[in-house]
Design a protein around this ligand. Structure first.
Ligand code: HMN
Length: 294
């Protein structure tokens, strides 16, 4: 379980100027984040725009990241997809590539009963020998993981953790209490990293870490050393930055990608229907970079 502890940026989709997945830019972002000292990556999740990628594009991203960082840091492959069939293909591929664990959202679009959700996750787990991390993100999937289903899933030895992105920090505490010491709970909401860690999360996976890895690594350091005053201060700074990242006319990920450009990392923009930052708001990205650097 030690290798699943720490700060895990959710990896961003890297596009070329034509909007296609870019191998060289994916590799560049890998090196950039790796050199910051992160503990691992969560690849092809929400922040990776996985929902807008076809199977070949998702495989390509999984491959470029694995080839660059396999063996250096912990790699988690998110393989949730519209159909079980596609998820299983991605799971097997991730195993071949040497990923350390799999993770998946519950089924999307149709509201399915818990029996179907259980079967979906179980079929993914049965497809490989890899450990599995449940992904609970009710605000985007419409399904909030129940304690009953959690308990049932936990009977499967492959289930080693949950990435909890629901907003109540209480959910983190409950999953940790049910899961026990060797069970890894990942904090999802970046705005509550410190709170999540204090109430029981072992680690964090987040969509804004990539924009400010230093701040989350510092926050983690302060939590570890018990310096809660400083930890709280960093969290409040982080939250001001997240609110700023969400205040411009493009989607949060497009703003983050503009911030990265100012840091010398060009991974293109976002894929529609996510919207790019445009016009005067592009200028405002500089102020956000300032906030991060200060
Ligand atoms: C992923 O790529 O799967 C993300 O890590 C999901 C993550 O939990 C994000 N949640 C949502 O997008 C709903 C957060 O990191 C989020 O981006 C952050 O808290 C800012 O609101």
């Amino acid at each position: 379980v030690e290798k699943f502890k720490g700060v895990f940026p959710a990896f961003y989709a890297c596009y070329d100027e034509a909007g296609e997945i870019s191998e060289s830019r994916t590799i560049e972002l890998c090196h950039y984040l790796y050199e910051k000292g992160i503990n691992g990556l969560y690849v092809s999740g929400s922040s990776g725009e996985c929902i807008y990628h076809n199977l070949e594009e998702r495989k390509a991203t999984l491959k470029y990241v694995a080839e660059t960082l396999r063996g250096k840091i912990t790699l988690i492959a998110h393989v949730g997809a519209p159909s079980t069939r596609e998820s299983v293909i991605l799971a097997k591929y991730a195993e071949e590539l040497g990923y350390d664990a799999l993770s998946a959202i519950p089924p999307i679009y149709f509201r399915l009963p818990e029996s179907a959700i259980f079967n979906y996750w179980t079929e993914i787990m049965d497809a490989t020998e890899l450990p599995f991390i449940i992904y609970n993100i009710p605000q985007t999937t419409g399904y909030s993981l129940s304690i009953n289903l959690f308990r049932k899933l936990k009977e499967n030895k492959k289930v080693i953790g949950v990435k909890n992105s629901s907003m109540p920090v209480l959910d983190i505490e409950r999953f940790k209490a049910e899961g026990g010491d060797n069970f890894i709970v990942f904090n999802g909401p970046d705005e509550q990293y410190i709170s999540g860690r204090l109430i029981g999360a072992d680690s964090g996976i987040g969509g804004t870490y990539g924009a400010m890895p230093e701040l989350f690594l510092k926050a983690e350091e302060f939590v570890k050393s018990g310096n809660f005053e400083q930890a709280g201060k960093i969290q409040r700074d982080i939250n001001d930055i997240i609110i700023a990242l969400c205040s411009l006319n493009g989607s949060m990920y497009s703003v983050i990608k503009e911030v990265l450009k100012l840091n010398g990392i060009n991974i293109g923009s976002v894929r529609g229907p996510l919207e790019p930052v445009t016009g005067e708001d592009l200028e405002k990205v500089k102020d956000i970079k300032q906030m991060i650097d200060n």
